[in-house]
Design a protein around this ligand. Structure first.
Ligand code: UDP
Ligand code: MG
Length: 329
């Protein structure tokens, strides 16, 4: 558990994977907003950049930012662990009383951070951004995103806010709750709904990526969606039972049909076509069921290994009290 609580008021966690085109602009914007004087003034802040195994100059740029700005903390991961784990690493090393999560590509406007901060000052514990409109996203991405949230909500026991991404601000209590959840397959937006606390939505307009390209191709989106469904619901297992029951009922009806024809008419049910179709159908249903059960077993397998969620190569911090045990969790 994080023991470095409250050494600053606000931490902003920014996961970065190959973001060399946008990093400087991101840091500039964030710094401008966070040092704003006025309503909802942030007393002290830090920006926790997590370098998620970038292959471009992101790492060097972060090092330079660290050297020139005392507000910067850099968590350099040993390899690319993926967005959700990178954010988890940032949460682990953030020391603020409030912790915000933000993408590096400026799709989440830093100004909204201040609104979230105000809501936090008013006593809310989880302030999550809800995307009002999304510029520069393909209709395909919009449609799949919508479909995904609908599906997730119809399956999971706790509602997950529709159109909410990972852009959010969490109170220290909520962060500590999340840090207790060591599961390997993580969907932070769903996890931070699961924990409860005083939740508050905040609508905002999601901009298009400032530079660079998305790191979420379709393959990764499907994997993320699967994590969401399988980590938060056992309904697919129930669907397997229902499919079994349906197949059994179908078979019973078939038997009845054949018997009636045999006993009361002179027609015989014949033909291998029907047999063949039934065989393929049942084979398919069984394979599918096995696949669904297998998904869960695979997840149990990765969970029981209890590997660390991420490994840190290096931690750059200006905070002298930071514990040196930064190797892993
Ligand atoms: N990201 C990361 N590790 C990855 C993929 C993405 O840390 O393996 C970061 C990325 O640098 C960005 C954020 O996660 O700050 C969101 O990624 P992206 O903007 O590509 O996703 P999109 O907005 O297109 O869904
Ligand atoms: Mg983005």
């Amino acid at each position: 558990m994080n023991t470095r609580i409250g050494s600053c008021q606000l931490s902003v966690v920014v996961p970065c994977y190959n973001e060399q085109e946008v990093l400087a602009a991101c840091h500039g914007e964030l710094t401008r907003v966070l040092s704003t004087v006025g309503a909802g003034k942030v007393e002290s802040y830090e920006i926790v950049y997590v370098n998620d195994g970038s292959k471009d100059s992101t790492g060097d740029q972060l090092r330079a930012l660290f050297a020139s700005d005392p507000h910067v903390k850099v968590v350099d991961l040993a390899r690319n662990f993926g967005h959700q784990r990178a954010v988890s690493a940032g949460l682990e090393y953030a020391s603020g009383q409030a912790v915000a999560i933000m993408d590096a590509d400026l799709q989440d406007p830093p100004e909204v951070l201040l609104q979230m901060f105000d809501l936090w000052l008013q006593g809310n514990e989880v302030i999550y951004g809800v995307r009002d409109t999304r510029q520069g996203e393909s209709w395909f991405k919009l449609a799949t995103a919508r479909w995904f949230y609908r599906l997730l909500n119809s399956l999971s026991e706790r509602p997950i806010p529709e159109d909410a991404g990972d852009f959010r601000l969490l109170d220290r209590r909520a962060v500590n709750a999340l840090l207790q959840m060591k599961e390997q397959h993580r969907l932070l937006r769903a996890m931070s709904s699961w924990i409860g606390f005083r939740q508050h939505p905040l609508r905002y307009e999601r901009a298009s990526r400032a530079a660079g390209e998305t790191k979420y191709p379709l393959r990764r989106m499907i994997a993320l969606a699967l994590d969401g469904v399988l980590s938060f619901s056992v309904v697919p297992l129930r669907v397997v039972s229902v499919m079994g029951l349906a197949a059994a009922i179908l078979a019973a009806l078939g038997i009845l049909y054949a018997l009636v024809l045999r006993l009361f008419t002179s027609i015989w049910v014949e033909g291998w076509t029907l047999l063949f179709i039934a065989m393929l159908f049942l084979g398919g249903v069984q394979m599918l069921s096995l696949g669904i059960v297998g998904e869960y077993i695979g997840r149990i397998y990765t969970e029981v290994k209890q590997r660390p969620l991420f490994l840190v190569r290096e931690l750059l911090t200006h905070d002298a009290t930071a514990a040196p045990d930064h190797a892993q969790r």
